[in-house]
Design a protein around this ligand. Structure first.
Ligand SMILES: [Cu+2]
Length: 411
């Protein structure tokens, strides 16, 4: 009972009038302190014991929940007690015939402090996290996407600064005072027009700017690209298929069943597929236009190459594509960033299931000569087993290289 009254703050005023209740609230506070100590000890015991089984983990979790709930309640009590102390102080001042606390001034100052703290927080996140931003774009079109990003960021930052300073500045400047009376000002058409039309124009410009940029990046009359690569998302990895010597990728067929030998459901009727190659690293020659043909076998995935400002959904049954030109080799980017361990990566950017977090692939951008060298060491997609299944023993006489002889360009 004392507990509930305490947090509502209802009893606290009486607390100072009634000795019995002072006693009660003291008891309650002591009880809280005991709980807190108990909670801390129990948590520490759990950590020290390093219990790893699930049951212990769960009980530790509930202990944590209990601990933070108590901490929150204690914080409420502290705020209520401080409030009541100030109230008593206020009343004492008034009883002595002095002016009471000017709450309007206090709240006005708190608003200004909040503004300063908030602006510092915004500055801090730019200063701290700003360094974690992606490096310069490594693709030909990436600069346009970056431009759009920066224009949007600058506009929203200007709006953020103006609105926050006006909001909290006005709260301070026009805080309650005995010297002036609030003016009832329900409506003004001019103001309504200004704050509707200006954001509408700015947003329209941003949307149109975005529309044209996206169109420029994706709508190209030459949809083929210098190199066609098939990329297929599957929970939770990516499969690659490169064109062989003919430079053409064989088509896949939705009527073909997936199997361990033909996991991309490639059509045996398309001769172009007979020399196609499989790979486990996305190796790209620099300054060549790359067309990624994007597929998915189970759920929606998303092909995301942040360093190249490329992203496109991989939708089962609906092949998509993205054409782009890498402009900076991995080695060059390592030099520019002064980071010998830097690597371009391809990620899945759709939460596609339990293994999504690890659905990634290494990308290497290399010179054309290095690319050709690497390509010559890749295994054919149509392996010996699949050749037998398709009765194609004579199609590709070149024998598969053993696994350990494949050149790892990523080292
Ligand atoms: Cu995925």
């Amino acid at each position: 009972m004392g507990f509930r009254k305490l947090i509502t703050g209802e009893a606290l005023l009486n607390t100072f009038k009634n000795k019995q209740q002072v006693k009660n609230s003291k008891k309650t506070l002591s009880l809280f302190a005991a709980f807190m100590l108990l909670g801390t000890n129990a948590l520490m015991a759990q950590t020290a014991g390093a219990a790893t089984d699930a049951a212990a983990d769960k009980s530790a979790m509930w202990l944590g929940v209990g601990y933070y709930t108590l901490l929150f309640l204690l914080a409420c009590v502290v705020v209520a007690v401080i409030g009541k102390i100030l109230k008593i102080y206020d009343l004492t001042l008034q009883m002595q015939g002095k002016k009471g606390i000017n709450w309007n001034n206090i709240i006005g100052v708190i608003c200004v402090l909040f503004l300063i703290g908030g602006l510092y927080g915004a500055y801090w996140s730019f200063a701290e996290q700003g360094t974690q931003i992606l490096p310069e774009s490594a693709s030909a079109h990436g600069g346009k996407i970056d431009m759009m990003f920066w224009v949007t960021t600058v506009i929203t930052m200007i709006v953020f600064l103006i609105t926050q300073i006006l909001l909290f500045g006005f709260l301070y400047k026009y805080r309650g005072s005995d010297k002036r009376k609030g003016y009832y000002y329900p409506h003004n058409n001019t103001i309504e027009k200004i704050w509707t039309i200006i954001p509408a124009i700015v947003l329209t410009v941003l949307v149109v700017f975005g529309f044209f940029t996206w169109r420029e990046v994706t709508n190209t009359t030459d949809v083929k690209g210098d190199i066609n690569i098939d990329i297929t998302g599957h929970q939770f990895e990516w499969y690659l298929r490169y064109p062989g010597k003919d430079g053409k990728l064989g088509s896949s067929d939705y009527q073909v069943y997936f199997s361990t030998t033909n996991y991309l459901a490639v059509s045996s009727k398309d001769r172009n597929s007979f020399d196609d190659l499989k790979a486990d690293t996305l190796v790209l020659p620099v300054n060549k236009s790359i067309r990624l043909n994007i597929h998915a076998q189970d759920v929606i995935h998303s092909v995301y190459l942040p360093h190249f400002r490329v992203q496109m959904n991989a939708v089962p049954g609906l092949p998509t594509f993205f054409k782009f030109t890498p402009t900076i080799t991995t080695a060059d980017m390592r030099n520019r960033l002064d980071d010998p361990n830097f690597n371009y990566m391809l990620y899945c950017n759709k939460i596609c299931g339990g293994g999504h977090y690890n659905m990634k692939m290494l990308i290497m951008v290399v010179s054309d000569a290095e690319y050709q060298e690497w390509l010559s060491h890749q295994k054919p997609y149509v392996g010996d087993q699949l050749k037998k299944e398709w009765k194609l023993a004579d199609v590709s006489p070149k024998k598969d290289l053993p696994e350990n002889k494949r050149i790892a360009i990523n080292n």
